[in-house]
Design a protein around this ligand. Structure first.
Ligand SMILES: Nc1ncnc2c1ncn2[C@@H]1O[C@H](COP(=O)(O)OP(=O)(O)OP(=O)(O)O)[C@@H](O)[C@H]1O
Ligand SMILES: [Mg+2]
Length: 502
């Protein structure tokens, strides 16, 4: 067999952070025109490896060979000029700048006097955008675009800089199915132009749909590289977590008690209307719908982050005014939001402090913090959720994406609420920890908590819920329990409006 040429290869890469060996003698290569998936548990080292390629971190050991030359990639601009582009787990655009300014950020075309050539900037950007079939122009402010469109802008950078390697770090976490299909089409186009692609995801079905080869990382070491056609999901999962995974979901075997929350005809203009439902203690209620259906908006309105236009709310069978978030927390209602970066965590604070932050009164006698109790709580959830951190004082900004998400959960769990709303609780979480979180949800319900699980993952809602509400386009349009909780019933319910408008 003739030797396949690599566009980029890494040899013996190691990277240390204080207290952590993030990468240990890792070798990895990318061929032109292939999609090479990189998988592994939360904290395995995937993002770190890719940040080295993108010039964000320098390796402590090892070599990088790019287009047959030994190279050092000292900073992001150097990576970009070489044609290596990283599309981040947390997007990295500047919301205040225009699309065109973002595409060419750090390399704006200027004339002899250093003045920005705006017309050229916009013209070149338009070419890159139209090549991808984008329906927005170069002058739009990035802050006004949806996540999917922002991602398109990042990919347009790849076109504009004539990239030869494009790295996607969990690109589909916040995309709808249609947007995901668009993204996959773009990836196929990049492939056809011989670009080498790295694809990081925790979604195995996506990996098996798009990847040619798969490399598995565990605790910073490579477990192996295999061709997708020679393997299967079980084998890859086993390589990732070192054991067979029990994929059975755990539904809470709880006693359903009295009503905890009831909402009636909840409305918010342009977001949702006439939302009515109730939930009892010990019950796990699934709220299923596609991204953008209005589920998070409903949750945030109940929790007091958004203001209802009209509707009623009752807590423990008594009608109340809509609470502020502080009042909600104090009465025993918590919301673990989906977006950890914007709503969930104070990134430059320690894990321990993040967990107890909303509950300071509980952990202090009004003036003095009870450090020992705070630490005990931290340790408890670190163990239950298997959080990978060097210790209670490590800042959460240093943690991997999935481990940050686990802290968002810990923060709300430790308040021991009566009702817990979890918005996409396992987004960005690896397969092993997913089942741990499902078991945790069941355990909480068995202790008498009411839990609302908002999820776009069908197996997840079907697996953990006692009852499921479906939502699309801002309206609840189905309720299922027992034998009626089937995949086809849920799909039919959320696609009703599509048939009506077709
Ligand atoms: N800047 C940093 N300082 C200290 N430690 C870090 C830093 N960046 C990453 N780490 C640590 O390196 C390890 C690998 O993290 P990395 O982000 O690469 O994981 P990952 O495989 O991308 O996980 P996830 O699936 O959760 O995104 C983790 O233990 C993380 O805490
Ligand atoms: Mg990561």
């Amino acid at each position: 067999m003739s030797e396949v040429k690599n566009v980029l290869s890494l040899h013996g890469i190691s990277k240390f952070f204080p207290g952590v060996k993030a990468l240990d003698n890792v070798s990895f290569d990318i061929r032109p025109g292939e999609v090479h998936a990189l998988v592994g548990e939360n904290g395995a080292g995937k993002s770190t490896l890719m940040k080295i390629l993108a010039g964000l971190y320098n390796p402590d050991q090892g070599n990088i060979i790019h287009q047959d030359k030994h190279v050092k990639i000292r900073n992001p601009l150097e990576a970009r000029t070489r044609g290596i582009l990283l599309i981040h787990q947390e997007l990295s655009l500047s919301p205040e700048l225009s699309v065109a300014e973002n595409i060419y950020l750090g390399a704006w075309p200027t004339n002899f006097f250093g003045v920005l050539k705006k017309r050229k900037l916009n013209k070149d950007s338009l070419i890159a955008l139209s090549a991808m079939g984008c329906d927005f122009g170069p002058k739009v402010r990035v802050g006004s675009l949806s996540i999917a469109k922002r991602q398109m802008v990042e990919i347009a950078r790849a076109q504009a800089f004539n990239a030869n390697v494009v790295i996607f770090d969990e690109p589909t976490a916040s995309l709808t199915d249609t947007e995901k299909e668009q993204l996959f089409n773009t990836i196929r186009e990049l492939k056809a132009r011989d670009v080498g692609i790295v694809y990081i995801s925790h979604k195995m079905d996506e990996i098996f749909e798009i990847a040619d080869r798969i490399t598995v990382l565990r605790d910073g070491t490579v477990q192996g590289t295999v061709h997708t056609k020679d393997t299967n999901i079980n084998l890859i999962t086993k390589m990732m977590i070192g054991r067979e995974l029990n994929t059975f979901f755990t539904r809470a075997n709880s006693e359903i008690g009295s009503e905890v929350l009831r909402v009636e005809k909840l409305c918010r203009k342009g977001e949702f209307e006439n939302v009515s439902f109730s939930i009892k203690s010990g019950e796990v209620l699934g709220l299923y719908g596609l991204i953008g259906a209005g589920r998070s908006e409903v949750a945030e309105t109940i929790f007091g982050v958004r203001k209802a236009d009209s509707g009623k709310i009752a807590w423990m069978e008594k009608e109340i005014n809509f609470p502020t978030p502080r009042q909600a927390i104090d009465m025993g209602l918590c919301l673990a939001p989906e977006s950890r970066k914007e709503q969930g965590l104070v990134l430059n604070m320690s894990g321990k402090n993040n967990v107890t932050l909303p509950h300071l009164v509980k952990y202090s006698n009004y003036t003095v913090m009870d450090w020992r109790r705070e630490l005990a709580t931290f340790e408890k959830y670190r163990e239950v959720l298997d959080i990978k951190t060097t210790g209670a004082d490590q800042e959460v900004v240093q943690l991997s994406g999935g481990n940050q998400q686990k802290f968002v959960l810990a923060k709300w769990l430790c308040n021991e609420p009566d009702l817990l709303i979890l918005d996409e609780p396992t987004r960005g979480i690896d397969v092993g920890s997913k089942s741990a979180i499902h078991a945790l949800i069941a355990g909480l319900a068995e202790q008498g908590l009411a839990v609302i699980v908002i999820s776009s993952e069908m197996p997840e809602v079907l697996g953990v819920s006692h009852r499921i509400l479906t939502m699309s386009e801002g309206r609840l349009n189905g309720e299922f329990s027992g034998m009626e909780m089937t995949e086809s019933n849920l799909i039919n319910a959320v696609s009703q409006h599509l048939e009506q408008t077709a």
